[in-house]
Design a protein around this ligand. Structure first.
Ligand SMILES: *[C@@H]1O[C@H](CO)[C@@H](O)[C@H](O)[C@H]1NC(C)=O
Length: 319
Protein backbone atom coordinates (compact mmCIF):
# COMPACT_ATOMS: atom_id res chain seq x y z
CA UNK A 1 0.00 0.00 0.00
CA UNK A 2 1.31 3.45 -0.81
CA UNK A 3 2.37 5.35 2.30
CA UNK A 4 0.87 8.82 2.60
CA UNK A 5 2.17 11.54 4.89
CA UNK A 6 -0.41 14.22 5.75
CA UNK A 7 0.98 17.52 6.96
CA UNK A 8 -1.58 19.01 9.34
CA UNK A 9 -3.18 15.60 9.90
CA UNK A 10 -4.90 16.47 13.17
CA UNK A 11 -6.52 19.59 11.72
CA UNK A 12 -10.12 19.88 10.58
CA UNK A 13 -9.60 18.85 6.93
CA UNK A 14 -6.45 16.81 7.62
CA UNK A 15 -8.20 14.33 9.90
CA UNK A 16 -11.10 13.88 7.44
CA UNK A 17 -8.64 13.21 4.59
CA UNK A 18 -6.65 10.72 6.70
CA UNK A 19 -9.82 8.84 7.64
CA UNK A 20 -11.00 8.74 4.01
CA UNK A 21 -7.64 7.37 2.81
CA UNK A 22 -7.79 4.64 5.47
CA UNK A 23 -11.43 3.86 4.66
CA UNK A 24 -10.46 3.14 1.05
CA UNK A 25 -8.26 0.32 2.35
CA UNK A 26 -5.62 1.32 -0.15
CA UNK A 27 -3.25 3.49 1.88
CA UNK A 28 -1.08 3.47 4.97
CA UNK A 29 -1.41 6.89 6.57
CA UNK A 30 1.14 8.90 8.55
CA UNK A 31 0.45 12.36 9.89
CA UNK A 32 2.55 15.14 11.32
CA UNK A 33 1.47 16.64 14.58
CA UNK A 34 3.11 19.27 16.73
CA UNK A 35 1.90 18.01 20.10
CA UNK A 36 1.77 14.65 21.86
CA UNK A 37 -1.88 15.30 22.72
CA UNK A 38 -2.84 15.67 19.06
CA UNK A 39 -0.66 12.70 18.20
CA UNK A 40 -2.97 10.65 20.38
CA UNK A 41 -5.93 11.77 18.26
CA UNK A 42 -4.07 10.46 15.22
CA UNK A 43 -3.19 7.14 16.85
CA UNK A 44 -6.81 6.53 17.87
CA UNK A 45 -7.73 7.13 14.22
CA UNK A 46 -5.18 4.57 12.98
CA UNK A 47 -2.95 7.32 11.60
CA UNK A 48 0.70 6.89 12.60
CA UNK A 49 1.83 10.16 14.19
CA UNK A 50 5.17 11.74 13.37
CA UNK A 51 5.67 14.40 16.03
CA UNK A 52 7.27 17.65 14.94
CA UNK A 53 6.81 20.84 12.97
CA UNK A 54 6.27 20.28 9.22
CA UNK A 55 7.88 23.63 8.43
CA UNK A 56 11.15 22.39 9.94
CA UNK A 57 13.12 21.06 6.95
CA UNK A 58 15.23 18.52 8.84
CA UNK A 59 12.14 17.09 10.54
CA UNK A 60 10.11 16.86 7.33
CA UNK A 61 12.96 15.32 5.32
CA UNK A 62 13.43 12.65 8.01
CA UNK A 63 9.67 12.00 8.24
CA UNK A 64 9.57 11.31 4.48
CA UNK A 65 12.75 9.22 4.42
CA UNK A 66 12.30 7.18 7.59
CA UNK A 67 8.70 6.21 6.83
CA UNK A 68 9.31 5.45 3.13
CA UNK A 69 6.63 7.94 2.11
CA UNK A 70 5.24 7.79 -1.43
CA UNK A 71 2.89 10.77 -1.30
CA UNK A 72 2.83 13.94 0.80
CA UNK A 73 -0.41 15.89 1.24
CA UNK A 74 -0.05 19.45 2.51
CA UNK A 75 -3.10 20.41 4.57
CA UNK A 76 -1.23 22.69 6.96
CA UNK A 77 -2.53 26.04 5.69
CA UNK A 78 0.95 27.18 6.77
CA UNK A 79 0.87 30.30 4.62
CA UNK A 80 4.30 31.68 5.47
CA UNK A 81 6.02 28.27 5.34
CA UNK A 82 4.54 26.93 2.10
CA UNK A 83 7.72 27.61 0.09
CA UNK A 84 9.93 25.97 2.68
CA UNK A 85 7.72 22.86 2.80
CA UNK A 86 7.75 22.55 -0.99
CA UNK A 87 11.54 22.93 -1.16
CA UNK A 88 12.04 20.20 1.43
CA UNK A 89 9.78 17.80 -0.49
CA UNK A 90 11.58 18.58 -3.77
CA UNK A 91 14.96 17.92 -2.10
CA UNK A 92 13.68 14.62 -0.68
CA UNK A 93 12.54 13.59 -4.17
CA UNK A 94 15.87 14.54 -5.73
CA UNK A 95 17.78 12.65 -3.09
CA UNK A 96 15.66 9.55 -3.69
CA UNK A 97 16.25 9.77 -7.46
CA UNK A 98 20.01 10.20 -6.91
CA UNK A 99 20.12 7.17 -4.62
CA UNK A 100 18.38 5.07 -7.25
CA UNK A 101 20.68 6.45 -9.96
CA UNK A 102 23.71 5.18 -8.02
CA UNK A 103 22.12 1.74 -8.27
CA UNK A 104 21.62 2.36 -12.01
CA UNK A 105 17.87 2.43 -11.47
CA UNK A 106 14.88 4.68 -11.83
CA UNK A 107 11.79 4.66 -9.62
CA UNK A 108 8.40 6.28 -9.19
CA UNK A 109 8.34 9.96 -8.37
CA UNK A 110 7.42 11.16 -4.92
CA UNK A 111 3.84 12.47 -5.02
CA UNK A 112 2.70 15.80 -3.63
CA UNK A 113 -0.81 17.21 -3.28
CA UNK A 114 -0.95 20.89 -2.42
CA UNK A 115 -4.07 22.48 -0.94
CA UNK A 116 -4.90 25.85 -2.42
CA UNK A 117 -8.42 27.28 -2.51
CA UNK A 118 -11.01 28.94 -4.73
CA UNK A 119 -10.15 32.35 -3.21
CA UNK A 120 -7.37 32.60 -5.84
CA UNK A 121 -10.03 33.39 -8.45
CA UNK A 122 -11.28 36.48 -6.61
CA UNK A 123 -14.68 37.69 -7.89
CA UNK A 124 -14.43 37.15 -11.68
CA UNK A 125 -17.00 38.84 -13.93
CA UNK A 126 -17.56 35.69 -15.92
CA UNK A 127 -17.45 32.03 -15.03
CA UNK A 128 -13.96 30.54 -14.78
CA UNK A 129 -12.85 26.94 -14.53
CA UNK A 130 -9.67 25.54 -13.05
CA UNK A 131 -8.16 25.83 -16.54
CA UNK A 132 -7.93 29.60 -16.01
CA UNK A 133 -4.60 30.51 -14.42
CA UNK A 134 -5.23 32.88 -11.49
CA UNK A 135 -3.03 35.89 -10.86
CA UNK A 136 -2.29 36.30 -14.60
CA UNK A 137 -3.61 38.70 -17.24
CA UNK A 138 -5.75 35.83 -18.58
CA UNK A 139 -7.72 35.62 -15.34
CA UNK A 140 -10.70 37.99 -15.00
CA UNK A 141 -10.55 38.13 -11.19
CA UNK A 142 -7.95 39.34 -8.69
CA UNK A 143 -6.99 36.85 -5.96
CA UNK A 144 -8.31 37.73 -2.49
CA UNK A 145 -5.76 39.83 -0.54
CA UNK A 146 -5.29 37.03 2.02
CA UNK A 147 -4.07 34.66 -0.72
CA UNK A 148 -2.35 37.15 -3.04
CA UNK A 149 0.85 35.07 -2.77
CA UNK A 150 -0.81 31.80 -3.61
CA UNK A 151 -1.01 31.77 -7.44
CA UNK A 152 2.79 32.10 -7.54
CA UNK A 153 3.12 29.24 -5.09
CA UNK A 154 0.78 27.05 -7.17
CA UNK A 155 3.10 27.77 -10.09
CA UNK A 156 6.11 26.69 -8.02
CA UNK A 157 4.35 23.42 -7.17
CA UNK A 158 3.51 22.80 -10.84
CA UNK A 159 7.07 23.68 -11.87
CA UNK A 160 8.33 20.88 -9.60
CA UNK A 161 6.80 18.30 -11.91
CA UNK A 162 10.26 17.32 -13.15
CA UNK A 163 10.88 15.57 -9.80
CA UNK A 164 7.40 15.24 -8.26
CA UNK A 165 4.02 13.90 -9.33
CA UNK A 166 1.85 16.84 -8.25
CA UNK A 167 -1.77 17.86 -7.88
CA UNK A 168 -3.22 21.15 -6.68
CA UNK A 169 -6.68 20.99 -5.12
CA UNK A 170 -8.66 24.18 -4.64
CA UNK A 171 -11.50 23.59 -2.17
CA UNK A 172 -14.21 26.20 -1.75
CA UNK A 173 -15.47 26.94 1.80
CA UNK A 174 -15.35 23.70 3.79
CA UNK A 175 -18.27 22.99 6.10
CA UNK A 176 -19.66 20.15 8.20
CA UNK A 177 -18.96 18.79 11.67
CA UNK A 178 -16.67 21.10 13.66
CA UNK A 179 -16.25 23.62 10.83
CA UNK A 180 -14.95 26.88 12.25
CA UNK A 181 -15.13 29.16 9.22
CA UNK A 182 -18.73 30.29 9.72
CA UNK A 183 -18.00 31.50 13.24
CA UNK A 184 -17.36 34.96 11.76
CA UNK A 185 -20.96 35.15 10.56
CA UNK A 186 -22.74 32.82 12.94
CA UNK A 187 -20.97 33.94 16.14
CA UNK A 188 -22.84 37.27 16.25
CA UNK A 189 -26.09 35.42 15.46
CA UNK A 190 -25.54 33.07 18.39
CA UNK A 191 -24.89 36.07 20.66
CA UNK A 192 -28.05 37.79 19.38
CA UNK A 193 -30.10 34.64 19.99
CA UNK A 194 -28.85 34.59 23.59
CA UNK A 195 -29.72 38.26 24.30
CA UNK A 196 -33.41 38.79 23.60
CA UNK A 197 -33.19 42.59 23.68
CA UNK A 198 -30.97 42.97 20.56
CA UNK A 199 -32.70 44.98 17.82
CA UNK A 200 -30.07 44.55 15.15
CA UNK A 201 -27.31 42.05 14.57
CA UNK A 202 -24.32 43.26 12.56
CA UNK A 203 -22.52 40.82 10.25
CA UNK A 204 -19.14 41.48 8.60
CA UNK A 205 -20.21 40.38 5.13
CA UNK A 206 -21.05 42.00 1.80
CA UNK A 207 -24.71 41.36 0.94
CA UNK A 208 -23.83 40.56 -2.69
CA UNK A 209 -21.27 37.88 -1.68
CA UNK A 210 -21.71 34.44 -3.17
CA UNK A 211 -19.92 31.46 -1.67
CA UNK A 212 -18.86 28.07 -2.98
CA UNK A 213 -19.35 25.32 -0.40
CA UNK A 214 -18.06 21.79 -0.01
CA UNK A 215 -18.78 19.32 2.78
CA UNK A 216 -15.65 18.07 4.53
CA UNK A 217 -16.45 14.42 3.68
CA UNK A 218 -16.83 15.22 -0.01
CA UNK A 219 -13.58 17.14 0.11
CA UNK A 220 -11.83 14.14 1.68
CA UNK A 221 -13.12 11.95 -1.13
CA UNK A 222 -11.57 14.31 -3.69
CA UNK A 223 -8.15 13.85 -2.02
CA UNK A 224 -8.48 10.06 -2.17
CA UNK A 225 -9.30 10.30 -5.88
CA UNK A 226 -6.36 12.61 -6.52
CA UNK A 227 -4.08 10.25 -4.55
CA UNK A 228 -5.35 7.26 -6.57
CA UNK A 229 -4.43 9.05 -9.83
CA UNK A 230 -1.31 10.97 -8.81
CA UNK A 231 1.04 8.73 -10.82
CA UNK A 232 0.39 10.43 -14.15
CA UNK A 233 -3.36 9.88 -14.40
CA UNK A 234 -4.37 13.46 -13.68
CA UNK A 235 -3.54 14.75 -17.16
CA UNK A 236 -1.48 17.71 -18.27
CA UNK A 237 -3.12 20.18 -15.86
CA UNK A 238 -3.46 18.52 -12.43
CA UNK A 239 -5.35 21.43 -10.85
CA UNK A 240 -8.89 20.94 -9.58
CA UNK A 241 -11.50 23.17 -8.02
CA UNK A 242 -13.53 21.22 -5.46
CA UNK A 243 -16.94 22.67 -4.71
CA UNK A 244 -20.37 21.13 -4.24
CA UNK A 245 -22.70 24.13 -4.58
CA UNK A 246 -22.76 27.93 -4.62
CA UNK A 247 -25.02 30.11 -2.46
CA UNK A 248 -25.57 33.82 -1.85
CA UNK A 249 -24.08 34.76 1.54
CA UNK A 250 -27.40 36.22 2.83
CA UNK A 251 -29.04 32.79 2.33
CA UNK A 252 -26.31 31.15 4.43
CA UNK A 253 -26.58 33.81 7.13
CA UNK A 254 -30.37 34.16 7.24
CA UNK A 255 -31.07 30.43 7.25
CA UNK A 256 -28.56 30.03 10.10
CA UNK A 257 -30.30 32.89 11.94
CA UNK A 258 -33.61 31.09 11.57
CA UNK A 259 -32.08 27.82 12.80
CA UNK A 260 -30.67 29.64 15.85
CA UNK A 261 -33.99 31.39 16.54
CA UNK A 262 -32.63 34.90 15.94
CA UNK A 263 -35.41 37.51 15.79
CA UNK A 264 -33.20 40.60 15.34
CA UNK A 265 -32.84 42.46 12.03
CA UNK A 266 -29.66 41.46 10.18
CA UNK A 267 -27.44 44.35 9.04
CA UNK A 268 -24.61 43.68 6.58
CA UNK A 269 -21.61 45.79 7.55
CA UNK A 270 -19.36 44.66 4.68
CA UNK A 271 -15.85 43.24 4.97
CA UNK A 272 -14.44 46.46 6.50
CA UNK A 273 -10.95 45.97 5.06
CA UNK A 274 -10.32 42.74 6.96
CA UNK A 275 -8.59 40.31 4.52
CA UNK A 276 -10.33 37.23 5.95
CA UNK A 277 -13.78 38.84 5.84
CA UNK A 278 -13.00 40.05 2.31
CA UNK A 279 -12.20 36.50 1.21
CA UNK A 280 -15.49 35.25 2.68
CA UNK A 281 -17.31 37.99 0.76
CA UNK A 282 -16.03 37.14 -2.73
CA UNK A 283 -18.56 36.60 -5.51
CA UNK A 284 -17.77 33.05 -6.56
CA UNK A 285 -17.99 32.30 -10.26
CA UNK A 286 -16.00 29.09 -10.30
CA UNK A 287 -16.84 26.06 -12.40
CA UNK A 288 -15.51 22.84 -10.89
CA UNK A 289 -16.69 20.28 -13.44
CA UNK A 290 -13.15 18.99 -14.14
CA UNK A 291 -13.20 17.32 -10.72
CA UNK A 292 -16.07 15.26 -12.13
CA UNK A 293 -14.57 14.53 -15.53
CA UNK A 294 -10.99 13.82 -14.44
CA UNK A 295 -11.29 12.64 -10.82
CA UNK A 296 -14.74 11.08 -11.19
CA UNK A 297 -15.71 13.10 -8.11
CA UNK A 298 -19.28 14.04 -7.20
CA UNK A 299 -20.41 16.00 -4.16
CA UNK A 300 -22.88 13.93 -2.11
CA UNK A 301 -23.83 16.91 0.04
CA UNK A 302 -25.62 19.50 -2.10
CA UNK A 303 -28.46 20.68 0.11
CA UNK A 304 -26.74 23.16 2.40
CA UNK A 305 -29.90 25.15 3.17
CA UNK A 306 -32.10 22.08 3.69
CA UNK A 307 -29.51 20.67 6.12
CA UNK A 308 -28.71 23.96 7.84
CA UNK A 309 -30.24 22.85 11.19
CA UNK A 310 -27.80 19.95 11.50
CA UNK A 311 -24.85 21.99 10.26
CA UNK A 312 -25.52 24.86 12.65
CA UNK A 313 -26.10 22.46 15.58
CA UNK A 314 -22.74 20.74 14.86
CA UNK A 315 -20.99 24.11 14.66
CA UNK A 316 -22.65 25.33 17.87
CA UNK A 317 -21.79 22.14 19.78
CA UNK A 318 -18.14 22.41 18.75
CA UNK A 319 -17.78 26.02 20.03
C1 LIG B 1 -8.90 0.44 -3.66
O1 LIG B 1 -8.18 0.00 -4.78
C2 LIG B 1 -8.87 -0.93 -5.60
C3 LIG B 1 -7.93 -1.37 -6.71
O2 LIG B 1 -6.83 -2.01 -6.15
C4 LIG B 1 -10.10 -0.31 -6.15
O3 LIG B 1 -10.83 -1.25 -6.91
C5 LIG B 1 -10.96 0.20 -5.03
O4 LIG B 1 -12.05 0.92 -5.57
C6 LIG B 1 -10.16 1.11 -4.12
N1 LIG B 1 -11.00 1.44 -2.99
C7 LIG B 1 -11.56 2.65 -2.84
C8 LIG B 1 -12.55 2.76 -1.73
O5 LIG B 1 -11.27 3.61 -3.53
Amino acid sequence: MPAVLILGASGYAGLAVGQALLRSGNYTVYGTSRSAEKAKTLTTNEITPVIGDASNSAFLAAAIHDNHIDLVIDLTQAYENAGNILNTIVQAARKRAETLAKDKSVGPKLGFIYTSGTWVYGSPKYRVSDLTVPGTSLSPGTPATAVGWRPAHEQAVLAARDVLDVAVLRPSTIYGRASWVFGVWWGPLLAAAASSGTQEVHISAEPEARMGLVHVDDLADAYVRAADRIDGRLGAWPVFGISGETLPAPHIIESAAEALGVKSKIVYDGAGGNPFFEALSLVSNADTSRARTVLGWEASHRDFIANIGTTVAAWKASQ
